[in-house]
Design a protein around this ligand. Structure first.
Ligand SMILES: Cc1cc2nc3c(=O)[nH]c(=O)nc-3n(C[C@H](O)[C@H](O)[C@H](O)COP(=O)(O)OP(=O)(O)OC[C@H]3O[C@@H](n4cnc5c(N)ncnc54)[C@H](O)[C@@H]3O)c2cc1C
Length: 491
């Protein structure tokens, strides 16, 4: 038997434009087998979400189907990586194919949990005398590639983004992005309907145990607890959404802040698990729309750069997962009223824009960015509740829940983060509501009991509605309390 490679999928769940898979594919002329394994340690994390897991499982399933269509398959094992690879190596040994396994690849991850796991697994593979190659995929520019002149990471977004924009023009990064062109051809020419791979698990493993349908069981079991509609998953859908969004991107710059306009891309769902990558987005944007030099593309790109900024930050300062980036705000004296927190979670605060946002989150697993900022500011600076509580609730509910962006967003809103808004800048929920949902279209969509109310009455306390509560706090009074709380710890 000829030598072959093995690709370990994690959060790079696509075939086209997957740099590790591409490299293995060409190195071994299509003789690559693919693996995914469930990690109980990961599934037991407190920020686990049943709904997000379902979306992930459906993405895995789409990947598996796609791999099968092109002559390969995805082996799914039900144990953490160390145990899974041990079992697999035994299985390959029994089939006398282990000596032909030449290379293991995976794409790099930057979350603290994943970094630790990957270090351990690399040692494990090396102990088994196996070569490992890791690849950049999740970000366009990795943290160690973008530093200040002194080698330190940036702590302010604007110079970070300036440097990012400068670097991206370099040949090294452009060629990285250009390699994504294969994915465009792949989808356009429907290459996924042809047999491309030359090796499948059946060729290298004789033990039926491995071919049990673990994934199907997971999907069935988990789906019983799902309580929202799960959007279409997989790279083909991600690709379609990229095409659709590029055709309407002109409006993004002007409309992205208005939740009723639905002008944003919703790529966050697909970026989370790698059905789509920022490099693909960048390439496609450039190809399709950059020539027109519209403001919208630059605004959109700046959001993608925020995502990379938060990833760099998490990688460099993994402690932010547990505590405030600004150490003076580590021990703020939050009121942490459990009852008020529950009211916030359920969207019953009596502030329509906040409640509409929380209901959008609970009903759909997604919330518009402007509203995320409003509800986060409200929780921390109006209810004086620890941002970590909100961060955790978002992770339980969001389909796009992602440690880096979520932590970054919460710490930004709570003014405890790196390049966060200053503590004295406190969103007034009434003004935000009036400015960003003037006609109340978004509010009425998620609070139908307010349908008959004229728009202007939605941006102030509603005291005459049986089906809708009066505000649980007075914004001005709470604002003063918040200022006092932060001032004590101000440096
Ligand atoms: C409190 C709070 C919590 C958040 N939690 C998450 C989270 O768990 N996961 C997540 O992906 N995003 C999070 N964000 C960022 C942002 O709200 C979402 O990325 C965005 O709403 C996703 O919708 P979209 O894809 O339509 O965005 P678009 O406006 O179309 O933006 C395109 C992409 O840029 C990135 N992006 C946009 N805005 C931001 C931002 N402010 N910070 C970082 N990246 C951004 C996302 O990857 C997004 O998909 C959070 C923001 C806040 C204020």
């Amino acid at each position: 038997m000829k030598k072959f490679g093995l690709h370990w999928f994690r959060r790079d769940l696509r075939v086209a434009g997957n740099p590790a898979l591409q490299r293995q594919f060409s190195l071994y002329e299509g003789r690559v087998v693919c693996l995914f394994c469930f990690d109980k340690e990961f599934l037991n994390r407190p920020d686990f979400s049943i709904n997000r897991f379902q979306f992930f499982l459906e993405t895995l399933d789409a990947l598996k189907q796609e791999l099968r269509q092109i002559g390969s398959d995805l082996l799914v094992l039900d144990t953490g990586p160390k145990e899974a690879f041990k079992q697999l190596f035994d299985g390959l040994k029994n089939s006398s194919t282990l000596e032909c396994l030449d290379l293991i690849s995976f794409c790099r991850d930057y979350e603290p949990f994943a970094c630790q796991r990957d270090d351990q697994m690399t040692t494990f593979f090396e102990d088994h005398s196996l070569s490992v190659e890791t690849f950049r995929d999740h970000l366009i520019i990795e943290p160690d590639e973008l530093t200040k002149d002194d080698g330190e990471g940036y702590k302010v977004y604007t110079p970070f983004s300036r440097k990012w924009m400068e670097l991206i023009e370099n040949d090294q990064f452009q060629s990285r992005i250009n390699s994504q062109v294969t994915s465009i051809e792949y989808y356009k020419k429907k290459k996924f309907n042809r047999k491309l791979f030359q090796l499948s698990w059946n060729d290298v493993l004789k033990n039926k145990y491995f071919l049990e349908d673990v994934l199907k069981q997971y999907i069935e079991d988990n789906s019983k607890f799902v309580d929202i509609p799960i959007p279409p998953a997989g790279s083909l859908h991600a690709w379609k959404s990229l095409e659709e969004f590029c055709s309407k991107i002109q409006a993004y710059g002007q409309k992205r802040d208005f939740p009723a306009q639905e002008a944003t891309s919703k790529f966050s769902l697909y970026l989370k698990n790698g059905s789509l990558t920022t490099a693909q987005i960048y390439y496609y944007l450039k190809l399709k729309t950059y020539k027109k030099k519209q403001l919208s593309q630059d605004v959109f790109l700046s959001e993608i750069i925020w995502r990379e900024f938060y990833y760099h930050l998490l990688w460099r300062h993994p402690r932010v997962e547990q505590e405030a980036f600004l150490t003076q705000y580590k021990d703020l004296k939050w009121a942490n009223d459990k009852e008020k927190f529950q009211i916030w979670c359920e969207g019953k605060t009596g502030f329509p824009i906040v409640d509409a946002g929380m209901r959008q989150l609970n009903q759909t697993g997604w919330m518009h960015n402007r509203v995320r900022m409003i509800v986060a500011s409200f929780l921390t600076k109006d209810l004086l509740i620890d941002w970590k509580w909100g961060e955790q609730y978002f992770m339980e509910k969001l389909l796009d829940g992602d440690v880096a962006a979520n932590n970054g967003g919460w710490q930004w809103a709570a003014s405890t983060g790196c390049d966060a808004q200053p503590y004295f800048r406190i969103f007034n929920p009434w003004t935000q509501s009036k400015r960003f949902d003037p006609e109340g279209v978004y509010i009425k969509k998620y609070l139908p009991q307010l349908k008959e109310y004229p728009a202007k009455s939605l941006h102030k306390p509603i005291l005459d509605c049986e089906a809708y509560p009066a505000p649980i706090v007075d914004h001005s009074a709470q604002r003063n309390k918040a200022l006092a709380m932060y001032k004590i710890n101000k440096k």
